[in-house]
Design a protein around this ligand. Sequence first.
Ligand code: HEM
Length: 153
Amino acid sequence: MMAAVMALHILSAVVWVGGMFFAYTILRPVAAAMFEPPRRLQLWLKLFDKFFVWVWGAVILLPVTGVAMVMQGFGGFGSSPPYIHVMTLLGLIMIAVFCFVFFVHLRRLRDAVLTEQWPIGGARLDRIRKLIGFNLILGLLVVAVAGGGRYFV
Ligand code: HEM
């Protein structure tokens, strides 16, 4: 049972962090080089609509499976090693940043695209890019802490 919970936890992290890595480092420069703002903004809106469905899955599964492992494996947060606390804190910050992007900035980008206000849309996409870049750094850090943490305690 715990093996399945851990597998779900790690798969969620791979999908979320790996998706952000691909979008940020590969897709973004290629899309910027190949498409003018109207096409590029429409492309990103469609990409976000599809990718964020998967991110929602990860955003729900990571804390649920994480807390299950904390209870089962360590007997609660009080008796968990520091790297679990770091993972939990950074994970919660990542989730808050994602919710901010989803509920505030994605809606603003959608409005700009639907009303064809391309310069405003560009500025809104840039804001989302920065927030996703921030979350990508946190995500890579969490994976490093999660994977290496047990060797420090
Ligand atoms: C949100 C709250 C979270 C909690 C409560 C939590 C809790 C845990 C726990 C208890 C483990 C097992 C550790 C062990 O047995 O040594 C674990 C493993 C792991 N977590 Fe999290 N986690 C959370 C979020 C995240 C996030 C956001 C990511 C990445 C984006 C992540 C990535 C991982 C990875 C990759 C492992 C496997 C580490 C290994 O055994 O090599 N976790 N997590």
